[in-house]
Design a protein around this ligand. Structure first.
Ligand SMILES: Nc1nc2c(c(=O)[nH]1)N[C@H]1C(S)=C(S)[C@@H](COP(=O)(O)O)O[C@H]1N2
Ligand SMILES: [Mo]
Length: 351
């Protein structure tokens, strides 16, 4: 083959360092992703607690921001190893063939995860794919391929990260050090301009985030507004009722005036709770409701149903809910994924 690769930024130690970084970031994404999936589609053995209230906010923030940091790190890793594709012969024995075979799903899957993750943050479902299924199953395929890859590469990684080798290497390659530093800076800048969608001190820098803290009706971002949800014209309807049924002594039907009267009465309750979206953005707000807990629905697990801060909220930051935040009444529960904090409630079924 007539190709030669001459960059001194590319060497075994640099590749090993990038490999470890990819492994750690992917591990964070994988674990937090599986947890988020379990919360939303809980099997019988899984119980997600309602406390601490910030837990989901953190785990999902880590999921999304580790995923974003993976973009430059993974690209750098690819750049550092792609000359291997031109090595001849392409396969040198069984172990090598297995290692090579894992590269396809590893690389293709990792890119698919990053692209679908980005598309989900941007609310763009270009080719009509099922985001959750695609993202979830691809993650398992990539995890499997990583296990194969790491088992094959462990000796090389060990060797090139070993201290004495490392010291000799360090002196030899300022190019590599610059390359790794550039990759780290790229990842850092990407985090600086996105993490403020969840991390309040960086709020003003979150110019690349579609949803930003403090920006939206009542100072809170909106994922889906009343118009696009098709509920806008029903909201002012004086005939609106909330029905509470299921396993209750007597099903009740409440008008908005009934709800407000209850909130004004002794049953009112307030809590500071975050909305934490699966897309990574999150923000705390003050919610006021007509009653404490006691209510449950198909989407609420038992710990949340029992928690006194699980609210059917009528007010947000001291005002009636804005139409886009779920007027007249929405669910807000502690440590609950945003997607389960149902807006525009019409019925509550106690199970
Ligand atoms: N009825 C209904 N409730 C909903 C949604 C929705 O599309 N429809 N989106 C959910 C998602 S994904 C999030 S993150 C939160 C966001 O709440 P907010 O728009 O009031 O900030 O609402 C949740 N409740
Ligand atoms: Mo969400």
């Amino acid at each position: 083959m007539g190709l030669t690769f001459t960059s001194k930024a590319r060497d075994e130690r640099g590749t090993a360092i990038l490999g470890v970084a990819v492994g750690v970031l992917f591990g964070v994404c994988f674990l937090s992703g599986v947890v988020s999936h379990l919360i939303q589609q809980p099997p019988a053995w899984f119980a997600w607690p309602s406390r601490p209230v910030w837990l989901y906010r953190w785990s999902q923030g880590l999921h999304v921001f580790a995923g974003l940091a993976l973009i430059p790190v993974l690209l750098a890793k690819l750049w550092s190893v792609y000359p291997n594709l031109y090595r001849w012969p392409p396969v040198r024995g069984v172990a090598h063939a297995i290692e090579r075979a894992a590269i396809g799903p590893l690389l293709g899957g990792a890119l698919l995860l990053l692209v679908t993750g980005l598309m989900n943050i941007g609310y763009w479902y270009g080719w009509g794919f099922d985001f959750i299924r695609t993202h979830y199953w691809t993650a398992w395929i990539v995890a499997g391929a990583i296990v194969v890859h790491v088992s094959a590469k462990l000796p090389v990684v060990r060797r090139s990260l070993a201290r004495r080798q490392a010291e000799a290497d360090e002196a030899a390659s300022p190019e590599r050090r610059r390359f790794l530093a550039t990759t780290a800076v790229a990842a850092g800048v990407l985090l600086l301009v996105t993490a403020g969608s969840a991390f309040t001190p960086l709020r003003r820098l979150a110019v690349l985030s579609p949803r930003r803290q403090g920006v939206g009706p009542q100072g809170l971002p909106v994922n889906k507004d009343a118009g696009s949800a098709g509920v806008a014209d029903r909201l002012g309807d004086p005939g609106w009722r909330l029905t509470v049924g299921g396993r209750v002594a007597r099903p009740v039907t409440l008008s908005l005036a009934d709800l407000q009267a209850r909130m004004a009465g002794s049953m009112g309750h307030a809590a500071r709770l975050p909305i934490a979206c699966v897309e990574g953005w999150s923000q705390e707000a003050h919610w006021q409701s007509l009653q404490r807990g006691g209510s449950s629905s198909a989407m609420l697990n038992p710990a949340h149903a029992r928690d006194p801060d699980t609210l059917l909220a009528l007010e947000l930051n001291g005002e009636p809910l804005h139409p886009d935040h779920g007027f007249p009444v929405r669910l807000i529960a502690p440590n609950n994924p945003g997607v389960m904090q149902t807006k525009w409630l019409e019925s509550v079924t106690v199970l």
